[in-house]
Write a protein that binds this ligand. Structure first.
Ligand code: IPD
Ligand code: CA
Ligand code: CA
Ligand code: CA
Length: 261
């Protein structure tokens, strides 16, 4: 796909940050780590990757706004556009030497996500999409799975850690959903969970208590791969931090099952 100038900037930033993360991952035992809350880690790798992405994006588009996990938010001169960035999604995996983590970069225009990149640097898998242009993994077009029978489907979710308040709902979700499907996976990166739905590796994914930077890029990649997304709670995915995503044939059933309606 011939991406727009913005998409190319995002991909370049993701590759540069990916190089830094892969280097840190090789020597992960020497990394400086601190805890932001119960079970919620941040390391020098997260901070360095975020700085690389910020420098790259801000140099290319100095007027755009900014929202990122570690550095917070900044208004841009252009109030209609903002980058939404998670420099390392799957920090807990990263710090345990598990090669399942990614960089997530989204571009929002007038409240809508118009471009998204999720880069699994350890496996060199670049997932990306632009509104109306389809979704891609490296040079190949992405398509959600075609499974329509729930009992053949594999779903992904996130399990609340530390003090996350959505533990009771998630346990009830599992009791309801497990008997209806072929399995539930918890790999530990919301951005990759969505990218994997887009790639047809998972048939669906749901999670609550997320932040915009976890899912902004991935939700567009799912949509552009022919999938469907919606909030679990409230009206808006990014405002509620909750998401249900799947291929089109099962969406109604899966959405109802997740919401218990
Ligand atoms: C986390 C991952 C995880 C999800 C957590 C997120 P982080 O992001 O996406 O899969 O279950 O809620 O906080 O902290 O590793 O960037
Ligand atoms: Ca985090
Ligand atoms: Ca995250
Ligand atoms: Ca993160």
């Amino acid at each position: 796909m011939q991406g727009s100038a913005n998409l190319n900037v995002m991909i370049k930033a993701a590759r540069l940050a990916g190089r830094s993360l892969v280097k840190d991952f090789r020597e992960v035992e020497n990394l400086q780590v601190s805890m932001k809350g119960a079970g919620d880690f941040v390391s020098k790798a997260d901070i360095s990757a975020e700085k690389i992405i910020r420098d790259e994006l801000m140099e290319a588009r100095p007027n755009y706004g900014w929202l990122a996990e570690e550095g917070g938010a900044a208004e841009g001169k252009d109030p209609t556009r903002r980058w939404i960035v998670d420099p390392l999604d799957g920090t807990t995996n990263f710090l345990h030497g598990l090669p399942h983590w990614a960089i997530s970069i989204a571009l929002e225009h007038k409240g809508e996500i118009v471009a998204g990149v999720v880069y699994d640097a350890a496996k060199d898998e670049m997932f990306y999409a632009e509104k109306g242009e389809g979704a891609w993994l490296n040079q190949s077009r992405l398509r959600v799975s075609g499974r329509s029978s729930m009992i053949e489907c594999i779903f992904a979710t996130g399990l609340p850690f530390g003090g996350r308040s959505d533990l009771p709902e998630t346990l009830q979700d599992l009791a309801r959903i497990l008997p209806s499907c072929a399995g539930v996976r918890r790999f530990g990166s919301a951005a990759l969970d969505l990218a994997y739905v887009a790639a047809g590796r998972y048939d669906g994914y749901w999670e609550r208590s997320l932040n915009a930077w976890d899912i902004a890029a991935g939700l567009l990649i799912v949509r552009e791969a022919g999938g469907m997304v919606g909030p679990v709670e409230g009206e808006s995915i990014l405002d509620s931090g909750s998401i249900v995503a799947s291929n089109e044939p099962i969406f109604d059933k899966f959405n109802k099952l997740v919401k218990n309606t």
